[in-house]
Design a binder for this molecule. Structure first.
Ligand code: ADP
Ligand code: 5GP
Length: 198
């Protein structure tokens, strides 16, 4: 059996990662979403264990010291991390796993797991990005400015990714990601056990 894909999606805040990943997971229920841990406060409607595991700073730092994260990073003043438990075992069982994480975390995952597939989601324009963050209505004016100002720098890191996908419409962005995953599964280096020897 081939190993599962470790799929990493990043993009500036407000690009639509959450929206696009949700539709991808609805369309492809066999892909598992890795729920991250964070020290940020839950937003209205967010549930512990569904969007994130919401931890205190002390508890998060304790888990760092026990090497319980595949990667972690400090983003906008809060910790975010990918729990390590079971990821390796699930990939070896052929399960595809989706991580929606920031650029620092993604590049660390690539170092630890070079076969991971890094996908960078881009907004159609910076004006549209600002509209989307404002339209979501979850940020204070300060936090909106902080996220928007970080966006340009984050976007420039996109060139280190394996793929870039513009989130023009959610449907088209999801279709492009599905095509990437199909192509990745057909790579010769992921199918060596199926190839005839000469
Ligand atoms: P992120 O997870 O990248 O921070 P969200 O998924 O929360 O972004 O999306 C930010 C806002 O933009 C939300 O209000 C969402 O409904 C909207 N949005 C996402 N994708 C699109 C799109 N393709 N076209 C228009 N609005 C979108
Ligand atoms: P938000 O607060 O909007 O949910 O997320 C803020 C940023 O943290 C986003 O760029 C998101 O992708 C990133 N993030 C979420 N989970 C993780 C994680 O486990 N690790 C890292 N490095 N970043 C994460």
């Amino acid at each position: 059996m081939n190993k599962g894909l470790l799929i990493v999606v990043s993009g500036a805040s407000g690009t639509g990662k959450g929206t696009v990943c949700k539709k991808l997971l609805d369309d492809m229920p066999k892909i598992s979403y890795s729920v991250s841990a964070t020290t940020r406060e839950p937003r209205p409607g967010e549930k512990d264990g569904r969007e994130y595991y919401f931890l205190s700073r002390e508890r998060f730092e304790e888990r760092i010291s026990k090497n319980e994260f595949l990667e972690y990073a400090e983003v906008y003043g809060n910790y975010y991390g990918t729990p390590l438990n079971e990821i390796e075992m699930r990939l070896n069982c052929g399960e595809d796993i989706l991580l929606e994480i920031d650029t620092q975390g993604a590049l660390n995952v690539k170092k630890r797991c070079p076969e991971s597939v890094l996908i960078f989601l881009l907004p159609p324009s910076l004006e549209e990005l600002r509209k989307r963050i404002e339209g979501r209505g979850t940020e204070t004016p300060e936090s909106l400015e902080r996220r928007f100002n970080a966006a340009k720098e984050e976007i420039s890191i996109g060139k280190k990714y394996d793929y870039v996908v513009v989130n023009d419409t959610v449907e088209f962005a999801v279709e492009k990601i599905k095509s990437i995953l199909t192509a990745e599964k057909c790579r010769t280096d992921r199918n060596s056990s199926c190839l005839f020897s000469d």
